[in-house]
Design a protein around this ligand. Sequence first.
Ligand code: SAH
Length: 482
Amino acid sequence: MNYLPVFLRIRNAPCLVVGGGAVALRKVELLLSAGASVTVVSKSQDHRILNLVQQDKITYLKCGFSPELIKGMHLVVAATDDRTVNQQVSEAAMAHAIPVNVVDQPELSSFIVPSIVDRSPVIVAIGTGGTAPILARLLKSRLETLIPAAYGRLARLAGGFRQQVKAKFDSIAERRHFWEHVLQGPIAELVFSGRDDEARDALEQLIEKPDHSPAVQGEVYLVGAGPGDPDLLTFRALRLMQQADVVLYDRLVAREIVDLVRRDADRIFVGKARAKHTVPQTDINRLLVELAHQGKRVLRLKGGDPFIFGRGGEEIADLVRENIPFQVIPGITAASGCAAYAGIPLTHRDHAQSCVFVAGHLKDGQLDLNWSALCQPDQTVVVYMSLTGLETLCSKMIRHGADGDLPAALIQQGTTRNQKVITGTLATLPGAVSSGDIKPPTLLVIGHVVSLRSGLAWYNPDDSSPDTDTETTLHAKSDFSR
Ligand code: SAH
């Protein structure tokens, strides 16, 4: 190791920043966030530095650097573009053994500032010894995705009980075992889902009676997996996918996404093709309850968002009755995913002030929708489950007063490599779709916003190399129902 990583306590300590530009400003802000008492010295300054002076957050000396300025400082940063000045600052600080950093000049610095992942009080610092700061930044962004935002709250909760735990358990090994159990189990999960009070109670109980902790309680994560592209998963979805014991998924979840679930988790396919539920909904609901009662962390992975045509409400109703803890993690719903990837803004000041989502599947060959609401002007209508009823839907809208020339688009397997967009009007789209080779799932978008696609289409997966394994990519065999 060329450097010793340490965390320096500089709260209220006088620190000096030499330089008044944007780089200096960043260092000033960093020092302020650690509570330092900052003095800035420079001949000219960024207006944001003046703002800080006006808010009484820093002391500002409008002059050049002179060595006596470092007297009494606990830390010095040089952030000027004048190498001679930087050299002087470095020499003066080193002569008094005051830690000094010269931005971008590790050879003049006694310390370097790492890339930081801040979940205070948890802080991860990454350094490359000044060799490749960009690499440190790349690593930082990876870690940002891995460490839940609530880690700070978890650390504070643990900190509050540290002495109690120390008093309770004599050996280091016992204490380590205890904290490992707390920090990666259900108590941590309570903190991550914002239930800090319950977490505190559970922790208190566990310290009180570590041997009588209730049988491991299972829990259910109802997670939206988005419309297809695995990159559209949320951080929380990915984290829960990595810790589940068993996963229940259906056809709408892309195979690449199921592959991201923890390797040794049991996988249960619960089907759900239109009019052919492989596992009936009531059985799915019951299965979730049974698995949770066995103490398992159950991941119910759903396409898009669980609360948008996803029966999420039904699936958790039984959990509520049975007192089983659960979390609902939103996903990008097909409407926003497909619209974004098709270059169709769902609202636009000139074209649509509102947007409605409706389910368009036929019941006994009929479509029972509020037609006058759907035919309102300046509105975008997004129809889920619309492929089989497409023709009926378009003609009914025209019959209820919508303009036959109203633009409409059908998006096939939006956000995936197999995305295909067919555009037309209410009058022409059904014909265009029936002559095209369309593979579900598909989403219908109706409204003037569709005309914007001609200028905004940005995602054009290479036609020459479609995913040949279409069927399994989105587990698509027919149009999907809920
Ligand atoms: N909960 C899901 C919707 C489930 S209903 C969500 O929020 O997206 C199933 C319907 O969603 C399908 O019939 C289709 O209309 C739509 N859908 C889901 N994923 C899609 C995709 N990648 N491309 C086009 N339509 C999609």
